[in-house]
Design a protein around this ligand. Structure first.
Ligand code: BGC
Length: 741
């Protein structure tokens, strides 16, 4: 192989041929002439560089009509990396089927506060679980021929003031909680790109953060892909160029972007070029712009004229731009883009719908059940209630929205599943909940509120809680489908909107049996939990909603999900519950809870959650026997446990291993998830599960030594069915303190 044949040589010789202007054109996006891509890097035909199309997002392909997969939190709730791989491969195949090259997913942020408006786009409150799912997703998306993007790097844990807020975090917390999923994405899954987030970290914008982008991501972890900005996130050309940003997106002002954010922006975009479009767009958006919104929304890329001037003025060396381009081009080369070797993919494969259904079923968490579920086949009547029960809950609002290939609502799913002997009635009970996509709204969520489209609901009658209660009172079972309406760009309340809590309470009062099905982005308050017979969390199930709901309610499948987030009894029980912590004061959010995020906090503060991390019931029962741990002198250990399905139905069990140091020299969480395994067991079947505990799962990040450290001493391994349902504990002893990778 000659030097120009090797990937590096080939890229270097291409870059050598580029003029400065052509280089500038390769570090920022532009409009996609096909109006499909979310982000687009135009081709350079002169030297032979193809165009690069980037598309959202975690739950399906945004560009075209595509399979709407369940929310990422639903996938996480299945605690199954093989399943994540199946979905990832389907997703990657759809990206290619839509003729796109890069998927702007997965979302690797930790669910620090339950209010996070994008909780549904993320996996969990736990770095181990999030890392395993990120790796499985990235590897499988990329094996289907699409590049994946680990986003939003980093500490983009709230939507409120997301363009301005600074996450004030200490190094240890960053390393132990917020960085691991990104680190695993790079080191294990070889992710092609990483998206720098909107927010600041300790005062510096993520897009300009040299320590995070260059020192840690590129130098320490060896990331050789490209760093792309979040859309309109970059504010300073020189700082971002030095900091380590490689590609600024989308490169055009909001009113010229292919997916215009509102009709006003569309109209402004269509004005003649001489018009002061940026000023007009800014004025039009002003009343709806969130606090501290990014001013660059209305301007072209800072990696265009400002960067060229910085290079010409000697503030940024041209070689720095060469390196940025080399990163993007070498990923394009890796994925066969220079040799026409990308797989064709497909978006209309019915197998993908089956996967979407299976993931949503497996991710459904049976939170509570007094025996009413699974429903009896011979019911005479079911009352289906709830503001949007006749609409599928496809997803949340913002950039992850997918135009689904099909959709079935819970009401239709239940009707389809029952025979003519069962009467199914429907009452909305309370006002329909406006879905984010019911309005003319875009990813940034600030568009002019349009007249609300009442026609969508298709009913003229005022919904009434009394009518719903009457229907519930005369049915064998009442199924209340409740939901929130989370969206990117804004955080959510933990209280269900539109008096749904009153609806559930009124129904529970009169119904013989009440089942609540929750379509929520994450935890919600459940003041009625003690009054209802069963609670099923289906998150945002995607286009197969109705089939999933009906199959779980009637027991066609075991609801095998386990919570990837803690559900608290009270809002102030969550770890970040002061204003200084969340949403922050003067655009600074203090991450003063440190590593005590999620169940780490509930355990440490000894607070009883409503439903703990890892919790989920099943229609069958499992028994654990013969627990043993093998370990040498070092920190690695292997846990073995025999699990038997002792019930009379087939089901899934998720075996969880937590680790805690008995007498730590630094403050550490009482226990942290170290390994897990999901197993499918037929009734009566048993199997032996092996859980390997890696040295990194035993270590903590020592800030003084700047190293992952395992102290000598005793550690307790807790084997359980949830973080609060521990069935066995074992001790491992580490003989000598060690530094680990
Ligand atoms: C979101 C990203 C998304 C991008 C492009 C931003 O608003 O934060 O997650 O990939 O838009 O749609």
């Amino acid at each position: 192989m000659t030097e120009t044949d090797s990937p590096d040589g080939r890229i270097a010789s291409l870059i050598e041929k580029l003029t400065l202007q052509e280089k500038i054109d390769l570090v920022h996006g532009d409009r996609d002439p096909a109006e499909l891509a979310t982000g687009y890097l135009p081709a350079n035909d002169r030297v032979g560089i193809p165009s690069l199309s980037l598309v959202d997002g975690p739950m399906g392909v945004r560009a075209v009509t595509a399979t709407a997969f369940p929310a990422s939190i639903a996938l996480a709730a299945a605690w199954d990396t093989d399943l994540a791989r199946e979905q990832g491969e389907a997703l990657g195949t759809e990206v290619r089927g839509a003729d796109q090259d890069v998927l702007l997913a997965p979302g690797c942020n930790i669910i620090r506060v339950p209010e996070c408006g994008r909780a549904f786009e993320y996996y969990s409150e736990d770095p181990h679980l999030s890392s395993r799912l990120a790796v499985a997703t990235i590897e499988s998306v990329q094996s289907a021929g699409a590049m994946a993007t680990a986003k939003h790097y980093v500490a983009n844990n709230q939507e409120r003031q997301r363009h301005a807020v600074s996450a004030e975090i200490d190094e240890r917390t960053l390393r132990e909680i917020y960085l691991p999923a990104f680190e695993a994405a790079v080191k294990e899954a070889d992710v092609a790109s990483v998206m720098a987030s909107y927010n600041r970290i300790n005062g510096t914008y993520a897009t300009e953060h040299e320590r995070l982008l260059t020192d840690i991501l590129k130098d320490e972890w060896g990331f050789d892909g490209f760093v792309v900005s979040d859309w309109w996130a970059t504010t300073d050309a020189v700082a971002a160029a030095h900091g380590g940003l490689d590609l600024d997106m989308p490169g055009v002002p909001v009113h010229e972007w292919q997916e215009s954010e509102s009709r006003i922006h569309e109209a402004i975009g269509a004005l003649p070029d001489a018009a002061p479009k940026g000023t007009l767009a800014e004025l039009a958006a002003k009343p709806w712009l969130p606090d501290g919104a990014n001013p660059n929304l209305f301007e072209g890329s800072v990696f265009e004229d400002p960067l060229r001037e910085a290079i010409e003025g000697g503030k940024v060396p041209e070689t720095a731009i060469d390196e940025k381009i080399a990163r993007t081009l070498s990923q394009m080369d890796r994925f066969g883009m220079f040799d026409d070797e990308q797989p064709a993919g497909s978006v209309n494969d019915p197998a993908h719908e089956t996967i979407a259904r299976r993931v949503a079923q497996r991710g459904t968490v049976l939170l509570q059940n007094d025996g009413v579920l699974p429903l009896d086949e011979d019911l005479d009547s079911i009352a289906v209630l709830g503001p949007n029960a006749e609409t599928a809950k496809i997803g949340g609002g913002g950039s992850s929205e997918v135009d689904p290939t099909a959709a079935i609502s819970p009401l239709d799913g239940i009707r389809e599943r029952t025979d003519s002997g069962t009467t199914v009635t429907f009452e909305r009970g309370v006002e329909r909940i406006e879905e984010p996509h019911d309005e003319d709204d875009g990813a940034l969520g600030f568009s002019v509120p349009d007249a609300i489209d009442d026609a969508l609901s298709g009913d003229d009658e005022e919904p009434s809680i009394d009518a719903a209660a009457r229907a519930a009172g005369s049915a064998d079972v009442a199924v209340v489908v409740v939901q929130d309406n989370a969206s990117e760009s804004e955080d959510r309340s933990l209280w269900l909107p539109n008096e749904q809590d009153r609806l559930v309470a009124a129904v529970a009062d009169v119904a013989e049996k009440t089942v609540v099905v929750c379509n929520t982005a994450g935890p919600v308050r459940m003041p009625w939990a003690g009054a209802v017979d069963a609670i099923v969390e289906t998150w945002y199930p995607g286009q197969e909603d109705g089939h999933v709901t009906a199959s779980v309610l009637f027991g066609d499948v075991d609801p095998s999900g386990r919570l990837p987030v803690t559900f608290a009894r009270r809002t102030d029980h969550y770890p970040a519950s002061t204003e200084a912590q969340y949403p922050g004061i003067d655009f600074e959010a203090e991450y003063s809870e440190g590593v005590f995020v999620g169940y780490r906090h509930f355990d440490n503060a000894d607070i009883e959650p409503l439903f703990p991390f890892g919790h989920g019931l099943s229609y069958t029962d499992f028994e654990y026997t013969d627990v043993s741990v093998e370990s040498g002198d070092g920190p690695e250990a292997s846990v073995q446990v025999t699990v038997e399905n002792v019930g009379d139905r087939d089901g899934y069990e998720v075996v969880q291993a937590y680790l805690g140091q008995d007498d730590p020299s630094v403050e550490r969480p009482p226990k942290e998830l170290a390994a897990f395994e999901s197993v499918e067991l037929a009734a009566g079947e048993e199997t032996t599960v092996t859980l390997d505990i890696d040295q990194r799962d035993v270590a903590y990040y020592d800030e003084d030594g700047a190293a992952w450290t395992v102290d000598d001493g005793e550690y307790t391994v807790s084997i359980g069915r949830s973080s609060r349902n521990i069935v066995a504990t074992e001790t491992i002893t580490v003989a000598d303190s060690t530094i680990v990778e």
